[in-house]
Structure formats: C-alpha cells, structure tokens
Write a protein that binds this ligand. Sequence first.
Ligand SMILES: [Zn+2]
Length: 218
Amino acid sequence: MFALTFDDGPGPSTSALLDVLAAEGVQATFFLLGRNVEEAPWCGDPARARAIAQRALKDGHVLGNHSYSHFRPDRWREFAADVRRGEAVLRLLRPPPIPFRLPYGIQRVEGAFPLGTTGEQLDPRLAVVASMGLGHQHWTSDFDDWTLGASDGPALSSRMVAHVSLCQANGLDAVLDLHDSGTGSGFGYERPATVEGVKLFLQEARKRGWKSFTVPQP
Ligand SMILES: [Zn+2]
C-alpha cells in the first residue's frame, strides 16, 4: 500500500493535482501552509485558495498543518508561534486533531536550544511540537520534486514506482512526500512534473493492484 502526501500548498498546481487524484479515486494528505491559504501570495486571491482547500476536503483528502510561514529550522525561536498560527488557519477548515508535518522535515541543527540543551542534536523543533501535543508526520521517501523540470514527470513516476516496490519487498507500506507548491518567489510554484508524475504513478499502481491509504491512519 502507498500513501501520497503533498506539502507547501495550496498553489498554482493544486487544482490540477486534485483532478488527477479524483480521476483515479485516490485520497491523499495535504500539509498546507497557513500563509498560502490566508494570504495566498501565490495568486493574490485568498478566497480562491480557501476554495481549493475546501474542494480537497470535499474530495475526501486529509488536510494537515505545515506551519504558517515555513521558517527554516534555525528560526526555532519563532517556530511555536508559527505552528499555532498555521493550526488556527487549518481549524477554520476542519476540526482538530490536525496532523502536522515539520517544514523541511527532521533536520540536524547546530546551536543553543531551548530546554537547556546545546550542541548538535536531533531537530529541536521536535521538542517544541511535542510540548504542543503534536507529532511530526514523516515519510518513507522524499522525491525532491521541487528540483524537477516540466518534462520530468515520467522519471518521477518511475522513482515512485521503484520506491513502493522496495517498501513492498521489505514488508512496508510507502509514504511518499511530494510538493504541490513552494515557499520562495511569491510562495507558489507550478509543479507540472509532480502532477504528471502522480498521474503516471497512479496508472501504474492501478495496474499492479496497489491500494492507497491516508496518513495519519484514522
Ligand atoms: Zn515544506
């Protein structure tokens, strides 16, 4: 089995991605950036961004919080407030408990941290989210799809198929991390390779009889 997860949206490619998922009858998890809903700098139209998020819910997808602003890990002093701000945006869309994913995933960060520890340690933001009663929804593979060009969809699909096969060979289900938008340059990117890659992957998954699930498990 496999779970699709998408970070950083909503953005310019989210609607096309929702069309692809609807065509295959597959539900995914979208870890939204509060800013991309509430301010929607990527389109200048918060009502449009909210409508996309509401469509995702209506289509049966899970909405999660990816923080409000996607601060880098070294901005941990601002992190808790930013997570709460993202959570508040998500609570206008769906009831809690709201799944959470760290911006950039788990990172190693050098420096002095809250709670009395210094030096290199596992991501100090994990302690911050723990203090808030939250966990981090990780993945079995991140495909760096933000680096891909428009024609890289078939290559992305092949890597996704290979990863699910590898998980299957090891008796594991796969949780794939992809991106339907981005945080630089106006907080929103087109992700044509991701849309095409997911479309091709789902066609192959159907042929192989693979089933999808959503994270976190209900
Ligand atoms: Zn992200």
